[in-house]
Write a new protein. Structure first.
Length: 292
């Protein structure tokens, strides 16, 4: 497999200055492979994108903290994610991917290492299978740690997954809004279906992220902004934002993170919304012990 480099070395400096304490609540690390090999089941083989690069990007963008989500290329070996968290001086926490037979002691060790959630991935191009009964078992096991579940699926699975998500006892966070089409604007069928789902499920949060994957138009992502800004307004206490750096597996239209940061004031036009999206909401989930 050819190694994929899915990020740019020279992101622009954003015009928008995030409020102090802003959290990038969806990003990943890859390797370094020599220390943390990729899973034999990985569907893509990235170049190394380690913690030093992530923290340099954080600083360049004017962000303060990271939530590192275990990427599918590392399977259920969370060592690269844990290593990055350990090097962050307390400024990163993470979301793990675990096997159903993980022991309680191993879950406790992940908690100690800064993990605050588990991810269930339903994308066929990223994982071989998504065993729902086993996922539910994991969800029940992590409840005692006050973790949450992060779910990644595509829009056509939304209705089918609702009973599964309703059976999850913890808070649920949906990656990238379950990848709706944004080409039709805020009244588009997939955006409306997702909005209805959030309205009827108060324990479900979402990440208003991945303009670069969801936009049919590309930069300046007007279709994404028009479709997603109403969700930020409507669900302002349940939205998170993230860069998705290093943009796993992207080979065309690799985004400039400076431009992604500049979407924030278009998605969340007031200082109040920006504070909720970038600080209050992610801090509540990932650093609940921090009194501000
Ligand atoms: C994302 C999106 C993707 C990949 C992964 O774990 C992963 O490999 O999440 C994707 O390919 O859409 O959220 O980073």
């Amino acid at each position: 497999m050819t190694r994929i480099k899915s990020w740019t070395d020279t992101p622009s400096k954003p015009s928008f200055v995030p409020p102090a304490g802003a959290v990038d609540a969806h990003c990943h690390v890859f390797g370094p492979e020599a220390k943390f090999p990729f899973s034999p089941k990985a569907k893509y083989h990235p170049e190394d994108a380690g913690p030093n690069m992530l923290f340099a990007l954080r600083d360049r963008l004017g962000l303060s903290r990271n939530v590192i989500v275990q990427a599918s290329c590392h399977g259920t070996d969370n060592r690269a994610t844990l290593d990055a968290i350990a090097r962050s001086n307390g400024l990163a926490r993470g979301v793990a991917v675990v096997d159903p037979d993980i022991s309680d002691a191993e879950l406790d060790a992940l908690h100690e290492g800064g993990i605050r959630g588990v991810r269930f991935n339903f994308l066929k191009r990223l994982v071989d299978n998504a065993p729902r009964a086993k996922f539910l078992d994991i969800a029940r096991r992590i409840e005692r740690l006050s973790w949450h579940v992060v779910i990644y699926f595509e829009a056509e699975l939304l209705q089918e997954l609702i009973p599964f998500m309703e059976a999850i006892p913890t808070l649920v966070v949906i990656d990238h809004m379950g990848r709706p089409s944004v080409a039709e604007g805020p009244d588009g069928a997939e955006i409306q279906a997702f909005r209805a789902f959030l309205e009827s499920h108060p324990n479900v949060w979402t990440k208003v992220s991945c303009a670069e994957r969801l936009s049919a138009q590309g930069h300046p992502f007007d279709d994404f902004v028009e479709s997603v800004a109403p969700l930020v307004e409507a669900f302002q206490d349940r939205v998170l934002w993230g860069t998705d750096w290093p943009h796993p597996n992207m080979q065309d239209a690799i985004p400039d993170e400076g431009q992604l940061v500049d979407l924030i004031p278009r998605l969340a036009p007031t200082a109040d919304l920006q504070r909720k999206l970038l600080i209050d909401n992610p801090m509540r989930l990932y650093w609940p012990e921090t009194r501000r």
